[in-house]
Design a protein around this ligand. Structure first.
Ligand code: GCW
Length: 719
């Protein structure tokens, strides 16, 4: 397949997000095309060759088992195998069966017994084994069979070689969700997709549902293949038209739910807390008002009448101008419980976001600290949320910056279901113009042990196996796909979506191994000129790309030196520094960084349990990469690495640019080896990445040289 290589936005201007010709495509402009014009991502037909050349028996009933059978049948039609749904006397190589589906061929029966010996496999789990030339995948529930199928695809030929002892698989997190910040109407500033860098929305266009359900189905299939099982279909900033998805536009949501159901993906909706007023005509949205409660109960009943497996609501309340319970003198528990009460009879959940902070700050007031806000608002409410409330906290205390400590909220609410929120869309990590493989960042956050090394991890908290009694809220992440033919604008950004799903399934996975999976699926050996070179190049370009991005952007955990004018793309060291949204580096002629200590600063370090409350408080123990997040230090301060802060800034910025130049160089070697359209699109974006990295290097180095007056010990050019 060959796809157009043209970018969806101007290569050098950065990904403008405003206006219908940028994030929001005008009607009639359909860069994605249909069917075969859309990149297959990690499910190209060739990835099904090992499975599709076998004699396969699929046993069981239900929509998801039908999906499994359809997949198998299609693969077999293409690759010469045979697909059956009824057990006969014919020999088989592969059995995919629900445990209660009746008799299996003799060869599979013993394995099936062994695979099931250790008790139930769960609603999404499966077991896999192979002996005497037969591979068996067993599940208790249809979703498990679907995940088992895609596991087989990942295993490729290895699934049909040798013997495999019984291995049971189940997701660590029950909720593995993607949040789309897609608008139905094109927003005058944010466009069709808020912080979207992959064209328009696959769901909505210019005020209406797109009804391109083939594309939606293809999306659901990709999600199932990496393990995502829930999406919310509209932006958490809920504007007037989007609010009505809950009521008179519910049919649009139901259509999406129908398209995604065969892939085990449940649909959720972002709702406005003011709905009873703006949709229901009530005089108030006060959560304790009986009429308000009745309104939510009735609205929710209507949703379930239409979408019986509806997932629930996502709410951004009292945050960045969105309405919430504060208007009525109520708190977030009152607000969340109101919606939870309406959802409970149907098994729905409310994802209530903890992204609440004062966005009308004054830089002269040093006591207000945006990092403290989520904890200050939410930790005191622990124990007051209903069981079907999931408090959804961004992984860091600020806002998806390339480097942040883990949010202390995640260790402060043992009696609350907590979800960790990541940002797959690359708002602050290069906006899908830059290669930035984020799995290492997420993996660090998920494996962080808030109570000290060896203790429970953030992943345990999200999975519900942390120290507290609460069930887990799972993971949520802001999606990065749009109607771009490559789904994600930058073809290599597909790996972030894939890796997000895989880490939600198993947070212990090694990001490099996940990348290998993605490479094997996306670039099957049979489709590329030199598989070893492809693998080596992709690892060289991607493995360390998050740290490379960190090197040439904001140093040592400081964050937010992004351009407000260019929608957070590219550098502007003081862009936000004196704005109402917060203050991030406090650089002056003597030093830089935010003093968040208890001793002399905002006291934020005290929100962590030991040992981190001490580690972060201590200038000598604080990890280098977070130093300026926690401390204000002179430019000559010597880091644990032995370098001074100012020299570290210079060195990393020069190194980061060099690394990007190296990535570009390496990518050239894949010309003629992989799909030319993929090659060309990535090559274009690497040019832009290099240009932008140079801009970052020069802006940051120049800024700190001029502030500090300290020259580079290596004498390189700094203006
Ligand atoms: O990072 C900020 C984004 C906003 C977003 C907000 C949030 C949807 O710049 O565009 O609003 O986060 O997470 O709610």
């Amino acid at each position: 397949m060959s796809l157009p290589s043209a970018t969806t936005g101007p290569a050098t201007a950065g990904p403008a997000t405003a206006g219908p010709d940028a994030a929001g495509h005008a009607a009639g402009d359909d860069p994605a095309g249909r069917g075969g014009d859309v990149h297959a991502a990690w499910l190209p037909p060739e990835a099904f060759a090992p499975l599709g050349s076998r004699r396969v028996l699929v046993r069981g009933d239900g929509v998801l088992v039908d999906t499994v059978f359809d997949e198998v049948e299609r693969a077999c039609a293409r690759h010469g195998g045979r697909a059956d749904r009824t057990a006969g006397d014919r020999a088989v190589d592969l059995v995919l069966a629900l445990r209660d589906a009746g008799p299996l061929p003799a060869a599979a029966t013993a394995l099936a017994r062994a695979a099931g010996a250790d008790g139930p496999l769960g609603g999404e789990g499966f077991a896999l084994a192979r002996a005497e030339g037969v591979t068996v995948v067993l599940a208790d529930a249809p979703a498990g069979l679907l995940y088992g199928l895609f596991h087989l695809v990942r295993l490729g030929a290895a699934a049909f070689e040798g013997d495999h002892p019984v291995r049971r698989h189940a997701p660590a997190m029950a909720l593995r969700m993607l949040d789309h910040w897609d608008n139905v109407d094109v927003h005058p500033v944010m466009g069709q997709v808020e912080r979207g860098y992959a064209g328009g929305s696959i769901f909505w266009r210019a005020g209406a549902a797109r009804r391109d359900l083939d594309r939606v189905r293809a999306y659901g299939r990709l999600l199932a293949a990496c393990g995502v099982n829930a999406i919310s279909v509209n932006n958490v900033n809920v504007h007037a038209t989007e609010a009505r998805l809950l009521t008179d536009r519910l049919g649009d949501v139901a259509e999406l739910a129908d398209a995604l159901r065969p892939y085990g993906v449940r649909v959720h909706l972002s709702v406005t807390f003011a709905a009873p007023v703006v949709l229901g005509g009530l005089p108030t949205a006060d959560p304790v008002d009986p009429a308000v409660r009745a309104w939510w109960a009735a609205a929710t009943r209507r949703v379930y009448a239409r979408i019986p497996d509806f997932g629930g609501y996502v709410v951004k309340a009292d945050s960045e101008g969105q309405p919430g319970p504060f208007t009525y003198g109520r708190d977030h528990a009152d607000g969340a419980n109101l919606l939870a009460e309406a959802l409970a009879p149907f098994g729905g959940v409310v994802h209530w976001r903890a992204f609440v902070y004062n966005h009308r700050q004054d830089w002269r007031d040093r006591s207000t600290d945006r990092a403290r806000a989520a904890y200050d608002h939410f930790a005191p409410l622990d124990g007051r949320f209903r069981d079907n409330v999931v408090v959804q906290a961004k992984f860091g205390p600020i806002d998806f910056q390339p480097r942040e400590p883990v949010s202390p909220v995640l260790a402060a609410m043992p009696a609350t279901r907590l979800a960790v929120e990541f940002q797959v869309t690359q708002e602050y990590t290069g906006q899908q113009q830059h290669v930035c493989y984020l799995a290492p960042c997420w993996s660090e956050a998920l494996t962080f042990a808030p109570w000290g090394p060896g203790g429970p991890t953030v992943a345990d908290v999200a999975a519900g196996s942390g120290p507290g009694p609460a069930a887990g809220g799972g993971l949520a992440a802001v999606a990065n796909v749009g109607d771009d033919p490559f789904w994600t604008g930058h073809p290599l950004a597909q790996a972030n979506l894939y890796a997000y799903g895989r880490l939600a399934w198993d947070p212990g996975l090694d990001p490099v191994a996940v990348l290998d999976e993605w490479i094997d699926l996306t670039f099957p050996a049979s489709t590329v000129g030199d598989p070893a070179l492809v693998r080596e190049t992709l690892h060289a370009v991607m493995d360390d790309s998050w740290r490379t991005y960190e090197r040439y952007t904001a140093p040592l955990g400081v964050g937010f030196m992004v351009s407000p004018a260019r929608h957070h793309y590219g550098p502007d060291v003081d862009g936000y520094e004196y704005s109402r949204w917060g203050t991030y580096h406090f650089a002056d002629r003597d030093g830089v960084g935010v003093d968040r200590t208890r001793a002399t600063g905002t006291g934020f370090t005290g929100q962590y349990p030991p040992p981190w409350s001490q580690v972060y408080e201590s200038l000598s123990d604080c990890p280098d990469e977070l130093l300026l997040f926690f401390h204000h230090v002179p430019y000559g301060h010597v880091l644990r690495s032995g370098s001074t802060v100012i020299q570290h800034i210079y060195d990393t910025h020069f190194a980061g640019v060099q690394q990007v130049a190296g990535m570009r160089q390496r990518w050239r070697r894949l010309a003629g080896v992989i799909d030319p359209a993929v090659h060309a699109r990535v090559a274009e974006r690497l040019e832009e990445q290099l240009r932008c990295a140079i801009e970052w290097r020069d802006q940051v180095n120049t800024y700190f040289f001029r502030k500090s007056g300290v020259p580079d010990v290596r004498g390189r050019t700094i203006h």
